[in-house]
Write a protein that binds this ligand. Structure first.
Ligand code: ZN
Length: 270
């Protein structure tokens, strides 16, 4: 599933091909996504210039002269840039033809993604209640500490809550908790400010490293014949249950939390 670093990498991969371009034609082949693609999407977009492409949490914003297209990649969505006569793929549901001749194709086998139009994206119900971006100055250890007081939620669920901070998906929650030495089941309200400082740092470090790694895959967004290769990362705990901890050699354990795989080191994480 595309996580925040993949979405940011997608943004960086497609933005240079789209920004400043007029949308000439919009083709919706299958509008049955997580929410139906608005019937008037083409009418709203055709003739408009894409001013910029932003990201908020895992949403991409195509900012037009008037209004914004809000795109989510869902479980399996991807965007690619087509500059040649590459044939359509089975799950290419939406295509934007730009004045440069370039086409932007949205592929989504499972159709959990979305393409919505909004006059003012920041006020959209999906967007306005979101917590701060993890890589912005609004996110910090003291914020985690303050919001967690009196909460019995396990810390892993707490940092994956979009109202607390956006974009900490399952893999990154596992990795950051390991780096901070915090047990994923520890109650959020019982963790000291010091440890939240370390956890916030670990979240920033983990996401930044993944985005940096994603930079090496940017060329995959142009004329690729399938999913842009979401990057394989060297992970410390996620996917390594039963293997030795890289810090202390203890055997990593796996538990299920909210039905998601949770891997931790029983010795390093308290
Ligand atoms: Zn360990």
């Amino acid at each position: 599933m595309p996580e925040l670093p993949e979405v940011e990498t997608t943004r960086r991969g497609i933005a240079p091909h789209c920004e400043g371009q007029t949308i000439q034609r919009v083709t919706v082949r299958n509008g049955k996504l997580r929410w139906p693609v608005p019937d008037d999407l083409a009418a709203r977009l055709e003739g408009q210039v894409i001013r910029s492409i932003d990201r908020r949490a895992k949403y991409l914003f195509l900012n037009l002269d008037q209004g914004t297209v809000i795109i989510h990649l869902g479980m399996s969505g991807s965007l690619r840039i087509i500059t040649d006569n590459a044939p359509l793929l089975t799950h290419d549901h939406i295509e934007l033809a730009l004045e440069s001749g370039i086409r932007v194709r949205f592929n989504d086998p499972r159709r959990f993604g979305c393409w919505l139009w909004s006059e003012s994206a920041a006020d959209h119900p999906l967007i306005h209640a979101l917590g701060p971006e993890p890589l912005s100055p609004d996110f910090s250890g003291p914020r985690l500490y303050r919001l967690s007081r009196g909460r019995n939620t396990p810390v892993k669920s707490f940092i994956m809550d979009n109202h607390v901070v956006v974009g900490v998906g399952n893999i990154y929650a596992n990795e950051a908790l390991f780096k901070a030495g915090i047990h994923p089941r520890r109650k959020a309200g019982r963790i000291s400010l010091d440890r939240y400082h370390r956890l916030a740092e670990a979240i920033v470090e983990t996401l930044s490293a993944a985005i940096l790694m994603g930079g090496t895959t940017l060329r995959d967004f142009v004329n690729s014949d399938g999913q842009p290769g979401y990057f394989a990362q060297s992970l410390l705990v996620y996917g390594r249950a039963g293997e030795p901890c890289r810090a202390c050699n203890a055997v990593l354990k796996e538990i299920r939390m909210s039905n998601r795989s949770t891997v931790y080191c029983p010795r390093c994480q308290r």
